[in-house]
Design a protein around this ligand. Sequence first.
Ligand code: SF4
Length: 445
Amino acid sequence: MQSDKKKVYIKTFGCQMNEHDSERIAGLMAEAGYDLSERPDDAQVIILNSCSIREKAYDKLRSEIGRFGSLKKKNPGLVIGVGGCVAQQEGKRLLGGGRLIDFVFGPRAIHKIPEIMERVSVDGRGVVEIGTTDDKMVDANMKRDNGITAWVSIMEGCDNYCSYCVVPYTRGREVSRPSNNIISEIEGLASDGFKEVTLLGQNVSSYGKGLSESVDFPTLLSSIEPIKGIERIRFITSHPRDLSPELIDAMAKLSKVCEHIHLPLQSGSDKILETMNRGYTYEEYRKKVDLIRDRIPSISVSTDIIVGFPGEDRDDFHKTRDAVMGIGFDSIFLFRYSRRPNTAALSLDGHLPEDLKIERLEEILLMQKEITSRKNRSYIGRSAQVLFDGQNSKEEGGIAGRTRTNRVVYAKGDSSLIGHLKEVKIVSSSFASLRGKLLENSINA
Ligand code: SF4
């Protein structure tokens, strides 16, 4: 039977934080009486949850606004909202004069969505709620599709002011969420059958700053570990400067904390790290990676690298290339520098031409492909624990999951295995994934 409830279509741009914000938006819209729609054409409300961290995501948003604008011409009753970082930055400028966009809300004003929807329907058009840095993290019911793995926000905003980054201007200063709220959300997830949580924040390692309780990130991890039903704990992102020996100790001791860390290096050149305002040298970073590998030998380390930062000369680039080769990351998110509004890097000398940035990006990409493929090959013949979380859409009777080290594994298997931890033997590998065979004694376990 077709539901006659109103529908909202949500389109998300950017990182996990934004994906998670969209789950909060969906939960709040459900409370306001809206079902999620898979297609924009069926919706009465369209929400674009924007990202401005890279120029590309910003450009994509602009083209989507144009696309949905033509839908609005056909259906003038359609309500369009823009949330996220671009909304925070642009505020009422986004409304423009053409009445294409009806409401704008920043990441800190998500909890005000029911009120915003009310105002849109009563006042007509043009509601702007960007929130302020005083708005604390407000708990909201999430609408999560996947009943196996969940993101849990533990902090929001950032005090680091890296010179290329818009986050401190869009998401504001760092605010941590009280630990009892986090624990009770995770207990609720466990009782709903979720097996894995990923703790989210721009800099989870500095969790606890500013809270009235005395709690830090290692303590928070220790409080989550005993929650029955949760089998795996992950977190993202850690700032290398704040990666403490205590956190490494907690990761080594707590059996549910997975052997994976995302530790953005950004550049191998100390000169560039300094102009980026990263707060560490390459040597300091390298020592932390050595320490964590020493304590947790099976750990997989991923990173972010920016090439073509203003002032990056050939020698700086070679240092980054040598760092990537020397450390041997399991995977890399590679970006070329793009100018972002309000950031300090905008006014630096020595902006590089795009073709040079692309050339450098491709050089590292090629190198990293070889490193990741080699690391993946080293899994062949070994067994690994996999949490299966979905079907493999490219293979009939195929299922997909992840190892504790965050590698994607495909296997042949019954869909009843989805949601379970199983042992597989890795039989082949590629740059992007592993292929496993379920171990007999694991299937029936
Ligand atoms: S640590 Fe730097 S790059 Fe990361 S969110 Fe904060 S300012 Fe941005």
